[in-house]
Design a protein around this ligand. Structure first.
Ligand SMILES: [Fe+2]
Length: 297
């Protein structure tokens, strides 16, 4: 098998998620973005280390923002698009959001222009997890039995308050957030890329041990009714190792979860916008093996 890293010259977009504050992985990501000369770098959530609000804030101030600033200072650096994930306290984000970094776009809950290609929509929210951090957990029908209804949300002052979904499930629903995002979509035929931290349910991209699916049914419904060209996901780090695949077609949409393993080399994907299926490559797993599809004329 050829070394997937030798195919470095023709990518437009680099995508990774779930770097969880690992400085070495971020360095590798920015080096890869530079080497590939990509035009866009997308971060799909779980940016910061798994820790408290104050320490996450320091990570943005002292590590991620300086790395972004250094990378963006190079001529020809890519535009950057990012969302948080369920492991990123909402109250820790201001140092990143208010850093005034040029060409760097926070896209959670937003739809923004993507290069001269089309649009990109972002959503950090995931179905209620088995974990205590609840800033980005949202209710949906058919939650896993392990979903934990009680936990904590962060306050702007950095404190945490106890939070429970009981009695307010539908006010905190993923369906409502996705409908709100849908209302932001432009009524044009230009291609759409969705960056949703949670992968669609029932695919190769949302599997934990023994192949159990834990993805989002609502994300899947959104992708199936809006048919973006691409869905970029994360959250379930082990899914590519469990399912053996990091990309899968869902109707007209190519969905990706690059996965991530701490202590390993960077898990990331890159691709060309004029032939996503034919060019989609993983940093460790090589080509996606999707058929090339129909190229634009
Ligand atoms: Fe993660």
């Amino acid at each position: 098998m050829s070394d997937p890293r030798s195919d470095h010259t023709t990518a437009d977009v680099l995508y990774a998620s779930d770097l969880h504050g690992h400085t070495g992985l971020y360095r590798e990501l920015f080096e890869t973005a530079w080497r590939l000369r990509v035009r866009a770098l997308i971060l799909g959530g779980d940016l910061a280390p798994h820790t408290d609000v104050a320490t996450q804030r320091r990570f943005y101030e002292e590590v991620l923002v300086p790395l972004l600033r250094e990378y963006r200072s190079k001529p020809g650096a890519a535009e950057i698009f990012h969302i948080p994930g369920n492991d990123d306290w909402k109250a820790s984000l201001p140092p990143l959001l208010d850093a005034g970094l040029g060409g760097t776009h926070a896209i959670h809950g937003r739809v923004v222009p993507f290069l001269e290609y089309g649009w990109v929509a972002g959503l950090a929210s995931v179905p209620i997890t088995p974990f205590a951090m609840k800033d980005w957990d949202r209710w949906e029908e058919g939650l896993a039995a392990a979903a934990k209804m009680e936990g904590f949300r962060s306050e702007p002052d950095g404190g945490l308050r106890a939070y429970t979904f009981r009695g307010r499930e539908r006010r905190e629903s993923l369906a409502a957030e996705l409908e709100a995002l849908e209302r932001e979509l432009p009524s044009t035929e230009e291609p759409l890329i969705c960056v949703f931290h949670g992968p669609p349910y029932g695919t190769a991209l949302d599997q934990i041990a023994r192949g159990v699916h834990v993805g989002s049914r609502e994300s899947r419904r959104f992708l199936e009714r809006r048919h973006p060209v691409l869905g970029l996901h994360g959250h379930i780090h082990e899914s590519p190792a469990v399912s053996g695949r990091f990309a899968e077609r869902l109707g007209a949409t190519i969905c990706v979860n690059a996965g991530q393993r701490m202590g390993s080399a960077l898990h990331a994907v890159w691709f060309r916008l004029d032939d996503i299926a034919g060019s989609l490559t993983h940093s460790l797993l090589g080509r996606a093996g999707l058929d090339a599809g129909v190229r634009p004329g």
